[in-house]
Design a protein around this ligand. Structure first.
Ligand SMILES: [Zn+2]
Length: 253
């Protein structure tokens, strides 16, 4: 039993335990090109939070990792078979109930570890902050933690070189052979402002990508995945440790 993973813990241990903070991994269940499993975001997030909690625990932090929420926002993939959409309002309801438990039981720090690009926690965290003023709620999205460009050659944001490399490192048993990998070619908008990124609209995924991937996975390797995994979890473990040690009444300098 890892003492920082709630799913592995028991009442014998937990009845006397106290934690500095909770970490909630949040993923998605969706197609990832032809070759990666539907739970790719969940596998990645679960491995990452376990490792960063282990590192923070070793350095004297005391976080507890909650079980992952396996469904995310997939409103743009409604016609892709068995992509399971959770609406943002449903996410808000789930998160509110979890925060209510933590708040009532005196765990006043929460880090949401986002493993899926369609999840957007900022408006939720803002609203929950007003509702639960004693709570310190933060979130992070792992591909933004370190500079992807110095680890991978091809750009992408879904089932790309990064995700394929991570899965080759973490769960190679679930990655199809290279002859099955689609090229992850994504169509651009005809509307210029949307391509430039300063205007946003949701992409109709099945019209943008034939294989559901965005980004060419061709140059992915397990070695690249391992380097990136270690880079992300090392940096994230410091964030976890800093939140564990932080006095939430005194956060600014
Ligand atoms: Zn993914």
């Amino acid at each position: 039993m890892r003492p920082y993973i709630l799913a592995e813990s028991n009442w014998e241990y937990l009845k006397d335990a106290k934690f500095d903070m909770a970490i909630l991994p949040w993923g998605a269940t969706e197609a990832h090109n032809y070759h990666l499993p539907y739970a790719t975001d969940n596998f990645q997030a679960e491995h990452m939070v376990a490792e960063m909690a282990r590192l923070a625990h070793e350095k004297g932090g005391n976080p507890i990792v909650l079980p992952i929420i396996p469904f995310g926002v997939n409103t743009g993939q409604s016609d892709i078979y068995l992509d399971i959409n959770l609406n943002p309002s449903t996410q808000m309801a789930i998160l509110t109930d979890i925060v209510e438990v933590l708040n009532r039981q005196g765990i006043h720090k929460l880090l949401i570890f986002n493993g899926h690009g369609g999840n957007n926690f900022k408006p939720l965290v803002r609203e929950l902050g007003l509702k639960f003023p004693k709570m310190f709620i933060s979130f992070c999205f792992f591909p933004s933690v370190i500079d992807k460009g110095s680890y991978f050659e091809e750009e992408g944001d879904h089932a790309d070189e990064m995700e394929t490399s991570l899965m080759l490192y973490l769960r190679p048993d679930l990655v199809l052979g290279k002859e099955k990998w689609g090229r992850g070619i994504a169509k651009k908008w005809k509307i210029k402002g949307l391509n430039e990124g300063w205007a946003w609209a949701e992409r109709k995924w099945s019209q943008v990508s034939e294989d559901t991937g965005v980004g060419n996975p061709e140059k992915a390797t397990a070695e690249k995945g391992e380097r990136f995994f270690k880079g992300v979890t090392e940096k994230m473990s410091q964030l976890v440790l800093d939140i564990c040690k932080a006095d939430i009444e005194d956060l600014y300098e």
